[in-house]
Design a binder for this molecule. Sequence first.
Ligand code: C2E
Ligand code: MG
Ligand code: MG
Ligand code: MG
Length: 284
Amino acid sequence: KAKQRGRNTREYFNQQLNEDSLRRSQLEQDLFKALERDEFYLLYQPIWSIDGDRIESVEALIRWQHPERGTVSPHEFIAIAEESVLIHAIGKWVIHEACQFARELSDSCKHAPKVSINISSSQFLRGDVEEQLTQEITALKLKGSDLIIEITESILLLEEQKIYQQLESMVSMGVDIAVDDFGTGYSSLSYLKKYPVQRLKIDKSFIDDLESNQDTQSLVSGMISLASSLSLKTVVEGVETQSQLDLLKQFGSPMIQGYLLARPMTGDTLLTLLQKQTTTPAEK
Ligand code: C2E
Ligand code: MG
Ligand code: MG
Ligand code: MG
């Protein structure tokens, strides 16, 4: 009987494996058509000052509206795109869209929030991110300081001259560089000395057990102090509850992002929200 069960389990796993790889290769094929079929769009999630009275920046988050499968998470399709040249076309589209939205924000608000753009390591390694950004900034008459570039720790560990030069040149235009998912990648912090970085985004995984775990509290409070003593701006990601927010206030976190204050939303909804904020400060 045990033998029978063993075989069933194995069959089950094999079947699961086949279904997964089938889904993946189908998604990959569909991904090649998604750009020309205009199936991508961006949502924007506000990044707030800790008091929740100001939207300092907004993170552009890509969505794929698949014709049959509905919305596919970027966790799934960005990984697939990164295995081919697709990531470059998608990445370029994201930069263009996000910069256009930055233009729209500047035109419609007095103190427009910055737009924060996720860039994949492979885009950086190819070496044309800085050029794309410069083109958009020039064409749309943006300021570098309207934009933030989010990169992962892993890219900074490659110690490539090409990466250093791209970052340097973006920073000289006024663009901020943010290290995304900070704390999850590697233990070496020496890259903070070598690379021009202005921001850290503390990963959501540290926030999930913040209320229950003393060690996590020490880690998060330590990361916030570290950032502040290095004159880096910090954002804590994935804040979902009031008690997490209260703790982060205690720790001196300057900025937060999370469902507690707002989920990712369309550009139009965000513009409306910003309009309300600037016209009715007395109601707060
Ligand atoms: P990320 O850059 O770390 O973005 C934060 C993710 O956390 C987003 O997921 C956001 O919706 C989610 N999030 C924010 N607040 C909360 C919260 O309070 N609770 C929970 N449970 N989640 C929260 P999303 O939009 O699904 O994106 C996932 C990842 O996909 C991003 O992680 C980023 O690595 C990647 N990604 C998204 N858009 C792009 C893009 O345009 N280009 C590239 N290269 N990667 C992207
Ligand atoms: Mg990000
Ligand atoms: Mg992040
Ligand atoms: Mg994250």
